[in-house]
Design a protein around this ligand. Sequence first.
Ligand SMILES: NC(=O)C1=CN([C@@H]2O[C@H](COP(=O)(O)OP(=O)(O)OC[C@H]3O[C@@H](n4cnc5c(N)ncnc54)[C@H](O)[C@@H]3O)[C@@H](O)[C@H]2O)[C@@H](O)CC1
Ligand SMILES: [K+]
Length: 516
Amino acid sequence: MYVVNSREMRAIDHYTIEQIGIPALVLMENAGRAVAEEAAKLAGGDSRRFAILVGKGNNGGDGIVAARHLMEFGNEVKLIYATDPATFEHEAAIQRDIARKLNIPYENYSEGSPPIPWRDYDVIVDALLGTGSRGAPRAAYAKLIDEANGSGLPICSLDIPSGLDPDNGGVHAPCIRASCTVALAFSKRGLEQQPGADYAGRVIVRAIGIPKAAAEQQGVHTFRIEEPLLSDTLGLRNYEQRSSDTNKGSFGHVLVAAGSLAMSGAGLLCAKAALRAGCGLVTWALPESWLPSIVGQLPEIMLRGMSDQGLGDWSRITPQALIELSEKKAALVFGPGVGRFTDDTAWLRELWEGTSCPLVLDADALNMLSGSSSDSGSGGFKAWPKRSSPVILTPHPGEMARLCGKSVKDIQMDRIATARTFAEEHGVTLVLKGAHTVIASPAGDVFINPTGNAGMATGGTGDVLAGITASLLAQGKTAIQAAALGAYLHGAAGDRVADSRAYKASLIASDIIEQL
Ligand SMILES: NC(=O)C1=CN([C@@H]2O[C@H](COP(=O)(O)OP(=O)(O)OC[C@H]3O[C@@H](n4cnc5c(N)ncnc54)[C@H](O)[C@@H]3O)[C@@H](O)[C@H]2O)[C@@H](O)CC1
Ligand SMILES: [K+]
């Protein structure tokens, strides 16, 4: 499914109206009708009382249409205008006039108005501000939003919660806290990122007559992952099916280079997740001095001790040794639990240049890359030679902040733009983890993952994701397919775990592997 920003939505509206010839009033009618249907569902029955909060733009126009349909369904409605309706223009003015002729009750609300008697209503429809909203809600809009939030009534937001930044998921003060949001035609970036996603409640995307071709024509390249998208856009049709005429050699051999004495579990989780995600073989390369403690823990996995001079970490293991081991492997995941060591950035660069194996770099490997980025004299990571085989980086926001030399707050402010820019500039596939993981390809496509839950914010889940992603790469998926499908399957497994437990917070990383 397409996810658009406000500029793209404006262009799509314009194209649909001007080039395709579908009149704006037809789109508005469809939008209002769709919202009325969803708001009626939220109200759960007939003869409910709706307060429709109306702004002066097309969002408000849609709201007036919704009021008309809600009335026709047998409900009581009242329009509450946040701006003097005499100032309305274009389609919103037409809807205002229709509402008057139909004697739909209304009141003009202003900053000086007394509080609305909310006990006279069952549901609020928020049609104050949509994708044309700029900055924090002003004047009567702000006061009405505060009142609505304080009313305790369920709120159905039209297109976006008023007060949300449609482009990045940031929320202004105040912002409507909706029970549900009916996004028109396509989802909006602001609904797909935090904290906006929390303010939006349940997001329902409703068609209003704008053809998908209009988004395609405008070059929209941000998507929410869902099953049809996996098959149509990402080319992953029947990704679970296998031919029966196959053997373990058919599904790729993953090399996991991970773990150190203090963090052996990271390697264990990563290797096990790789195997559960379907690759044929997994070899786990680990510092040899603690290999004996692992023997027997994962019978299906091959272990390879790397000469560590008895230190138990990666500081004396040569990149050359790992490069040799990576020959004929279908994917190499490096980083989980390896820790940092002297000159590790140069160490990683040797691996980067020396192996032709597709790479998944996670955790400490990303911090090694950040070391290169801060080394401005060398041109940083951007100056590393481009690899002909794929690279997938899987940072959490803290690692991403170090990679970009920015604060976590800066990264979280616009995760979609950050991920896209980094992937394009560095020629890598990037998985920016966190709620609504953002996956970006070097070509500039961005996929947002809807699966997963807050219970997954626990140690080891990142190691599991790295293992799954490498496993999919090894099975012949492209980098963007492996990264997007990996995040989707990881989150879906986490959701199955959360559903099966009394408390989401009790979820641990190994549970996810068992649910794959
Ligand atoms: N073009 C069309 O026919 C369609 C329009 N649609 C609707 O139109 C909406 C976008 O409409 P508009 O572009 O008219 O914009 P909006 O309705 O979002 O609001 C813009 C108006 O609000 C005022 N405003 C902006 N920011 C404000 C703030 N912070 N505080 C107070 N007032 C503020 C501006 O003066 C402007 O007049 C979509 O969200 C959607 O609901 C959809 O129904 C699709 C079809
Ligand atoms: K709204």
